[in-house]
Design a protein around this ligand. Structure first.
Ligand SMILES: [Cu+2]
Length: 131
């Protein structure tokens, strides 16, 4: 009279189908003209007292900015404009280190600068135009 144990719903075939579907979705996410969600990496070099390049022109999209501190003191990067704000994980990080952040940029003009005291005024700033 004992009930039979219920068969687990996840058979090996089911698991295989799920894995195949996930793989298909992952592949789809990596291709397709104009549909890419992969961030484009843009590198900024920080030193006393400039950010290179200081003028950037990019197409609208998702960007990961990587800031490399090539200087001899702490620096960082803040990007603002068009309702967007992004900044490196730390607002001051040491020579030889790099930090990044990812933002979605719409067409417009953005400013970027080093937030460490006084550095912006000494020249650590730039302009980004997104088309
Ligand atoms: Cu700085």
């Amino acid at each position: 009279m004992g009930r039979r144990p219920v068969t687990p719903p996840r058979s090996p075939v089911h698991l295989f189908r799920t894995a195949a579907l996930v793989a298909a979705l992952a592949l789809a996410g990596c291709s397709g003209p104009g549909a890419s969600q992969q961030p484009t990496t843009t590198t900024l070099h920080l030193s006393e007292y400039k950010i290179t390049p200081a003028q950037l022109s990019l197409d609208a999209g998702i960007y990961t900015f990587t800031a490399i501190n090539d200087g001899t003191i702490n620096h960082a990067v803040v990007l603002t404009g068009n309702g967007v704000e992004g900044h490196t994980k730390d607002l001051a990080f040491g020579p030889g280190h790099s930090e990044g952040f990812t933002v979605t940029l719409k067409p417009g003009t953005y400013q970027f600068f080093c937030p460490v005291d006084g550095h912006r005024g000494l020249g650590m700033q730039g302009t980004l135009v997104v088309h």
